[in-house]
Design a protein around this ligand. Structure first.
Ligand SMILES: *[C@@H]1O[C@H](CO)[C@@H](O)[C@H](O)[C@H]1NC(C)=O
Ligand SMILES: *[C@@H]1O[C@H](CO)[C@@H](O)[C@H](O)[C@H]1NC(C)=O
Ligand SMILES: *[C@@H]1O[C@H](CO)[C@@H](O)[C@H](O)[C@H]1NC(C)=O
Length: 150
């Protein structure tokens, strides 16, 4: 027989699963805010300490980079600092493309896509009635945007 406490946990779990189906886990995409240009012979082991990072940081900020296998591609760059902006304003979609919201909030389609990790690059798969982020702080540590100091 289920104890009261187990039953409560089961109920809570079901409630959480149900809620997570309704409330989309969404928000701004991660931005890379600092990059390092790879020189010939660079390896994760040689550059990560210089950059104040460990190898798992390098891998997590650079999908496709595997520190234990391939050599780093010289001439390309690595992301060395990433920042996930905080959404400061959500708006409700009234159509499936982002044109209207982007125009209303004076942002580009590219920004709209960057602010919402659940829309595709064409920005044509919005769900009418769902809310989307239309403004972010953009104030990552070390930013130079004066608006962030206000
Ligand atoms: C790498 O550094 C991050 C913090 O930057 C830390 O959270 C993580 O545990 C470290 N990983 C390893 C394998 O040392
Ligand atoms: C990285 O490369 C190593 C060695 O080739 C391999 O064992 C490992 O599975 C790779 N990791 C990923 C995430 O692909
Ligand atoms: C915008 O919506 C997201 C996802 O529902 C939520 O996490 C965030 O707190 C909201 N932000 C604001 C400023 O309302």
């Amino acid at each position: 027989m289920l104890s009261f406490s187990t039953a409560t946990h089961v109920f809570t779990l079901i409630l959480c699963l149900t809620l997570s189906d309704i409330v989309r886990a969404t928000g701004p995409r991660v931005l890379c805010v600092e990059r390092y240009r790879i020189s010939q012979g660079d390896t994760c082991a040689s550059i990560a300490p210089q950059l104040g990072l460990n190898q798992s940081d390098v891998e997590s900020m650079n999908p496709g980079v595997n520190c234990s296998s391939s050599a780093l591609p010289s001439g390309k760059s690595l992301c060395t600092r990433a920042y996930t902006p905080v959404c400061t304003l959500n708006a409700t979609a009234t159509q499936t493309t982002c044109d209207e919201l982007a125009a209303t909030w004076e942002i580009t389609v590219n920004s709209f896509v960057a602010f919402n990790d659940d829309v595709d690059d064409a920005c044509d798969d919005l769900v009418v009635g769902n809310t989307y982020c239309v403004s972010t702080d953009g104030c990552y540590p070390g930013h130079t945007d004066p608006i962030c100091d206000q």
